[in-house]
Design a protein around this ligand. Structure first.
Ligand code: PGA
Length: 261
């Protein structure tokens, strides 16, 4: 039996909350979770860049075992890249996880697998963990091309990474049609794709990498559907958008085990 993977529940706040609202939200979340709630689960929050310092301060001052995350990063360490934020800057703020290649970045900002790969490498170079997002559109799913699309995203986004590195990172399977729409993939469909991703990792990087890599599901995860999704053997956590803005809802998702039958 491979060692069990600790689920990672991540809250992606997207472009929501100024730093005052962020402080309130993280304080409420810390209050909603008990120390034992972190026993079998890792938790991260991904506020906008302008909130990171404020949230870091709250987490440190109150010794809250929630990891700080970012939503994006630039691939270069420094330089003339107006408006961008580098991995060393995030690392200095005690950021642990950085989302790369979120579908909104891919779709709205034209990020390619090649760029996502460069960003993942930049994150790893600063000893942080990338959360690499992949997922198909509705059109691709309907055309039977979902698995192929995800396969090419996995291969492209993780190109050149060593097996032990791949074994330590996080992938997020987020079917684009399920993001922010209230539509969730059925737990069977989500499991099937996450198992496919794990198989791909195994084929390309070996059995240890496949056993170690954590694969989150994302797309309209709510307190009501989290327990069923998290029960699937190849789903190792959730990347939560909308429901992570409500500290009580997010705390219930973190505590999915309490609601499993
Ligand atoms: P959602 O977003 O939970 O609001 O669907 C998920 C995501 O985009 O990470």
């Amino acid at each position: 039996m491979p060692e069990a993977r600790t689920p990672l529940i991540s809250g992606n706040w997207k472009m929501n909350h100024n730093h005052f609202e962020a402080i309130q939200t993280i304080q409420k979340l810390a209050y909603a979770l008990n120390p034992e709630d972190y026993d079998h689960v890792d938790v991260s929050v991904h506020p906008p860049f302008t909130d990171l310092r404020s949230v870091q301060t709250v987490l440190q001052a109150d010794d809250v075992p929630i990891s700080l995350g970012a939503q994006n990063v630039h691939q270069e360490k420094s330089g003339a890249f107006t408006g961008e934020i580098s991995a060393p800057m995030l690392q200095k703020l005690d950021v642990s996880y950085v989302i790369v290649g979120h579908s909104e970045r891919r779709e709205l900002f034209g990020e390619t697998d090649e760029l996502v790969n460069a960003k993942a490498l930049a994150v790893l170079a600063e000893q942080m963990t990338p959360i690499v997002c992949v997922g198909e559109t509705l059109e691709e799913r309907r055309a039977g091309r979902a698995e192929g699309k995800v396969a090419s995203q996995v291969a492209g986004s993780l190109a050149g990474l060593a097996p032990d590195v791949v074994g330590g990172l996080v992938l997020a399977y987020e079917p684009i049609w399920a993001i922010g729409t209230g539509e969730t993939a059925s737990s069977e469909d989500a499991q099937q794709m996450c198992a496919h991703i794990r198989r791909l990792v195994g084929e390309q990087w070996g059995a240890d990498a496949a056993a170690g890599v954590r694969i989150q599901y994302g797309g309209s995860v709510k307190p009501a559907n989290a327990p069923e999704l998290m029960a699937e053997p190849d789903i190792d956590g959730a990347l939560v958008g909308g429901a992570s803005l409500d500290p009580d809802d997010f705390a219930r998702i973190v505590n999915f085990r309490l609601y499993q039958t």
